[in-house]
Design a protein. Sequence first.
Length: 278
Amino acid sequence: MKAPILTLSVAVACSVAGSSAASLDEALADLCIGKRPTTGNAEYRAITGGPLRSVLPADGVAADAQVSPYLLRDRLVTNREFKAFLQASPSWQRGQAPALFTTPAYLSAIDHADDEAPVIQVSWYAAQAYCASEAARLPRWYEWEFAAKANATQADARDDDAWLSNILRWYADAGKTSPGRVASNPANYYGVHDLHGLVWEWVEDYSGLFVNADSRSSGEQKQLDYCGGAAVSLQDRRNYAVLMRLALLSAMEARQGGANLGFRCARDSAINDPGDSK
């Protein structure tokens, strides 16, 4: 998957700043240098990666994606954790964060939400800044999908009808109530909680995902385009949840948040990184 324009623009800004990052607006400096760790109770689970059969083929035709080893935060970032980040990085507080990186709805729910619920109404930029404070980044699309295909006992549960039905039921009702507490339900095969069932989640390369608005095609074979490439059938219910995530993320702007959109962080992993791994 190609690097998205938004990620590249931040990287360019940071590289131009170089050693003079202190002269930048503090919010941009947070994106560049990632200061003041605020990990809280979360752990990063080591995932070995491997081939991933995806509705977005790596070559735009049929090839599996190859997911490198990585570390994934076992919990969504909570309101409590994000408040601690805001204390350490006041340039990201509501009313202080630059309009370039946020909208008026930014963090509008945080003051009256459960501290242990996932933070919502947070922009892609603010999520990246938080992850940088944990020496991390947002997970990439294929990384998130790799971990999210697991249930409690299987690394790939996408052919499990009962598991899939539970996910689709949540997607049908998503946003009707405020998100519950993080990690209230058992972790999946990789030791990661709430990849389904609480909120949608930002990914680092979300702006590289494109959904074709013109679904007029022969029969029932509606098309999903990825950078002008592959198509996927909506007749296969195993693709429904993925397509809903694609539709949501591809419609977002980096400044925006959502009443049911949160995030977790990821890190690159050396092959010999110690710790839990599956």
